[in-house]
Design a protein around this ligand. Structure first.
Ligand code: AMP
Ligand code: MG
Length: 331
């Protein structure tokens, strides 16, 4: 099918995610196998901060009056012990923004400290840092929120092909959605040809494939097992880092994605950069995203989904049955 990104916002988001994904891939290729002397010189630190600086700079050029809510700040870089990290971060940013200085880089990073507003962008510069380090799934996630509703979401997923098939040796995918325009994918290295993504039509809970965090500490494996048993789900849950899970669900590679609350962090509130882009990618592919109690995600609460608890995303057909089963499991 033909798909042409129609808005300046989509054009910007696709380009920003593609460049950020390319930057963090360079950081990983060059730094991961090398010796790491200090925690703050890890490839995650350098990649996260450089990716955020780059996207923030592009946003300031393209939509100067839009706010940015992003995960990182420059505090660590501004301390004497952050000097070496700041040099590295600036070196990577300069590959994409010639002439960028250390002070510019810190300023761009800190533009991400806003609390939102009527119209703002949300960025996770590297979602799934553990996957990024272990050669698994990770993503760059960028979304536009207007009046509390996600309007655009773009995921750069280096470990997916065709937008939803895990293949960490493949050339990667961009997965994008715009409100009312569907969910589409195009190759990360060479954007241009778009394929539409649709959720699966599986309607028996027995056949459902569950997607969950790879990290046990980000979820509740016991509760997921209880839920799977109560719905008579046959397949083992697929464990995957990052919002790549949301793209897999959007493309029909699974039927449900759960973020259960970890028993060690019952007060945890989802960060909006972990949910904004992924949620519209699923909705525009025909899926449904709520919290574990069936409430709509409320993106008007600042940097977290303070009014929500956990996440349930499904292919829509199965949503109500999952919510009913969850009632007996989550208090
Ligand atoms: P995933 O790769 O699905 O495990 O999600 C990664 C995201 O989980 C990270 O970007 C963190 O912001 C977020 N996270 C960190 N701690 C927790 C927690 N206790 N519960 C849920 N999510 C968390
Ligand atoms: Mg994240």
């Amino acid at each position: 099918m033909e798909f042409k990104p129609m808005t300046a916002e989509l054009d910007f988001a696709i380009q920003a995610v593609q460049r950020a994904a390319s930057l963090i891939r360079q950081v990983r290729d060059e730094m991961v196998s090398g010796p790491m002397t200090k925690e703050d010189l890890s490839p995650v630190t350098v990649g996260d901060l450089a990716s955020q600086a780059l996207v923030s700079n592009m946003l300031a050029q393209t939509f100067p009056s839009d706010n940015l809510v992003a995960e990182e700040d420059s505090q660590g870089l501004q301390k004497p012990e952050g000097k070496e990290a700041l040099e590295r971060v600036t070196g990577y940013v300069r590959r994409f923004v010639p002439g960028a200085g250390e002070r510019d880089v810190c300023e761009w990073i800190d533009l991400g400290q806003s609390y939102g507003g009527e119209r703002f962008w949300v960025l996770d510069p590297i979602d799934g840092t553990k996957g990024y380090l272990r050669g698994g799934q990770y993503a760059v996630a960028l979304a536009l929120i207007v009046d509390g509703e996600v309007q655009v979401g773009v995921l750069g997923c280096p470990g997916l092909v065709e937008g939803f098939r895990p293949d960490v040796r493949g050339s990667g995918s961009i997965v994008l959605a715009a409100r009312g325009q569907g969910t589409w994918t195009t190759p990360l290295n060479d954007p241009g040809k778009y394929q539409q993504l649709r959720v699966s039509s599986v309607s028996r809970t027995e056949d459902a494939r569950l997607l969950r965090s790879l990290e046990d500490s980000h979820t509740d494996p016991t509760a997921i097992q209880e839920l799977a048993d109560s719905l008579n789900i046959q397949a083992e849950p697929v464990r995957m880092d990052s919002q790549a899970k949301y793209a897999v669900l959007a493309g029909g590679g699974g039927e449900a994605m759960l973020r259960m609350l970890s028993p060690s962090r019952p007060d945890y509130r989802e960060k909006i950069w972990d949910q904004a882009a992924g949620s519209i990618v699923i909705e525009e592919a025909g899926g449904c995203v709520t919290d574990l109690f069936g409430n709509a995600l409320d993106f008007r609460q600042g940097r977290t989904l303070a009014q929500n608890r956990g996440i349930l995303a499904t292919n829509n057909v199965l949503h109500d049955r999952f919510l009913v089963a969850l009632k007996k499991i989550v208090a």
